[in-house]
Design a protein around this ligand. Sequence first.
Ligand SMILES: CC(=O)SCCNC(=O)CCNC(=O)[C@H](O)C(C)(C)COP(=O)(O)OP(=O)(O)OC[C@H]1O[C@@H](n2cnc3c(N)ncnc32)[C@H](O)[C@@H]1OP(=O)(O)O
Ligand SMILES: O=CC(=O)O
Ligand SMILES: [Mg+2]
Length: 523
Amino acid sequence: MAVEITGPMHERYDEILSERALELIGLLHRELNGRRLELLDRRRERVAEIAAGGSLGFLPETAPIREDPSWRVAPPAPGLVDRRVEITGPTDRKMTVNALNSGAKVWLADHEDANTPLWENVVGGQLNLLDAVTRNIDFSTEAGKSYALKPDEELATIVVRPRGWHLPEKHLLVDGERTSGSLVDFALYLVACGQLQLDRGAGPYFYLPKMESHLEARLWNDAFVLAQDFLGMPRGTIRATVLIETYPAAFEMEEILYELREHSAGLNAGRWDFMFSVIKTYRTRGTDFQLPDRNSVTMTVPFMRAYTELLVQTCHKRGAHAIGGMAAFIPSKDPAVNEQAFAKVEADKQREAADGFDGSWVAHPGMVDICKTVFTAVLGSNPNQLGKLRPEVSVTADELLDVVSTPGEVTEEGLRNNISVAIQYLAAWLEGTGAVGIFNLMEDAATAEISRSQIWQWRHNEVVLDTGAQITADLVTQLADEEIAKLEGDPARYTAARETFLEVANADDYIDFLTIPAYERMP
Ligand SMILES: CC(=O)SCCNC(=O)CCNC(=O)[C@H](O)C(C)(C)COP(=O)(O)OP(=O)(O)OC[C@H]1O[C@@H](n2cnc3c(N)ncnc32)[C@H](O)[C@@H]1OP(=O)(O)O
Ligand SMILES: O=CC(=O)O
Ligand SMILES: [Mg+2]
């Protein structure tokens, strides 16, 4: 057998881990895994160059692609023409039904930021997707609540987000090697649901996360071509929206669209990972690249503005959708908090719609209408605003790199918030839940990465808090224990999360992704 399954085979897992799916995983691994590992090395080399005084910038060698006005991406595929509101969320059974029924145009079915790659989530989520696509997902809870899909024409289009290139899958081995989580999530969905989706008049659609260069986009494109040929699907059947959510990728947006042009469904402004990547990429370059308290960095600070303006302009120049990001506010039981949350989401979506985005993300069904209403007011009878070219926008590399102008302070409250959120999130993640509401905000892998990375950078920069205390490893440990003591329930729940958190926050050498050591703690 080309592929060895080392995780348990629960009921119906053979429907997802089919012979054909395993064959495709074997093929993709053998053809592409070496390049994947080289590209991950290239990421580390680039950070080392920046640490030594280098800088990000637009690439001279790809200038001809940027300067060639003639190319466009493929026209939008069925189900992806009107994307004014997209809901994101994990693929557990209840969320699957709720997201599809939410009234959003698209559901980002998340095997990434909102998911713990626990084996049961990796395969179980795919089973839920299969049941959703075959309309066999209706169920009732023990408490007697029934979940049933609405009629087809009211359901959101499914777009699956596989894991990023950095994450391995330890339960599927090829020639004894761990496989790529990205290729596994991609192949399992494509084989189980790709043709079924085409038969329903949609297609196998993906969101691609955390890429750091156009060469990583080329790797995805090569995976698409190999997989389509293997399955006898015409080239261009697969469509992918790329999240521009790393600092390096913000300088290669056009090249990323170009690499994927036959398969492209546009770009998305993944603001949370973007912020994480800004911190991570320039983490050792002193206070010029240091951000203040996480909650004070808004989308209107100069470097964020430069990033989203460039994204809309780049997309529309090439006929590609530009999709906005996640306002992390979720509905609360407290009416006063709720009112504020709705007002903030509305303002965020209004800015995006006015800037020319074609639609945007919400994290909760309760936020669908607000996003839809805001975008509908701007779109009128049009399904998107691809015609809004934004010729007046001119973003320079210096503007993208202008982190130093971000106003705000580093406070003890901000530090405590980062510590508490990271530990609470990690506890949930290690238990198998990849998205949680904490302090009235949606928290997921991206937001937790910001929290722990800020702490690492502040400590590295020997930042002094508003209280006069300097951030040290000892202080971080002390505050971690104080914050855990404030949480309800058994403190033992936080033991593994505390250890993982301190391992990354207090590490001498920065650890690239929080989820890498966390994954090693899981069965
Ligand atoms: C940075 C990024 O990548 S953003 C994208 C990744 N992150 C995400 O996708 C997070 C998505 N959101 C979520 O997972 C959830 O909203 C949470 C975990 C934050 C909060 O969920 P809950 O605590 O269940 O919220 P709440 O109790 O208000 O939910 C009410 C109902 O809405 C459902 N719901 C909430 N969020 C979602 C969602 N995103 N998709 C589908 N259903 C949802 C709940 O299942 C619940 O259903 P029920 O009434 O049938 O029981
Ligand atoms: O994936 C989205 C993000 O903001 O990160
Ligand atoms: Mg992200």
